[in-house]
Design a protein around this ligand. Structure first.
Ligand code: E4P
Length: 217
């Protein structure tokens, strides 16, 4: 499983990119609004940092296919790595179909069932984003959805990549990797949590003490 960073914060993107662990970034309207910066400017800056797929979503106020197609073409023009993120609706599927036929990559987002994922794949989406954490929030096991989608895509030879989204903690990451997600898009905080283990800290401290006792610092 590969990692994308789920943020529009360029400092966090630089930190994760410097570790060499991410190969893409996803944004959404809430994440863009949180940064309070111009959409095109921020995604262009992200694309200049990370050399991989960068998802930029159509406006949260655009609900018709025509509007999504128009905006999708504009987003694709920002940088060769841009992926157009489109919400899973009937209009979204129409937009996905048109954009995919033009060679523009689409990430179909807000996926909560295997059927939605299958429809998105059949309309030409390069990526689907099933939301794990938001399902857990309503007492439905989000990682079960990842397993279902992975099994269906495998059984039918579908090459659309599964981005496990709405990742809230390190266990989500492990479970999504086991469930067969191609990618997990993860907040920077979760990446940091994943690096830690108390025995690692204790080990570093013991090595330091043992070394200093003989050689000084
Ligand atoms: C997906 O691409 C979304 O940006 C994201 O993962 C949503 O996560 P949330 O449910 O924590 O807002």
């Amino acid at each position: 499983m590969k990692f994308f960073l789920d943020t529009a914060n360029v400092e966090d993107i630089r930190k994760a990119n410097d570790m060499g662990i991410i190969c893409g970034v996803t944004t959404n309207p809430s994440l863009i609004a949180k940064e309070g910066r111009d959409f095109k400017q921020v995604v262009a800056e992200i694309a200049s940092i990370v050399d991989g797929p960068i998802s930029g979503e159509v406006k949260a106020t655009t609900t018709d296919a025509e509007g999504m197609i128009r905006e999708g073409r504009e987003i694709a023009r920002i940088h060769r790595n841009m992926v157009v993120k489109i919400p899973m609706t009937v209009e979204g599927l129409k937009a996905c179909h048109t954009l995919a036929a033009e060679g523009i990559k689409v990430n179909m987002t807000l996926i909560f069932t295997a059927n939605q994922a299958l429809l998105a794949a059949r309309s030409g989406a390069a990526f689907v984003s099933p939301f794990v954490g938001r399902l857990d929030d309503i007492s439905v096991r989000g990682t079960d959805l990842i397993s279902e989608v992975a099994e269906i895509f495998h059984a039918h030879g579908i090459r659309t990549e599964i981005i496990a989204a709405s990742i809230r903690h390190p266990m989500h990451v492990t479970e999504c990797a086991l469930a067969g997600a191609d990618i997990a898009t993860v907040p920077y905080k979760v990446i940091e949590q994943m690096t830690r283990h108390p025995l690692t800290d204790q080990g570093i401290e013991k090595f330091r003490k043992d070394y200093e006792a003989v050689f000084g610092n």
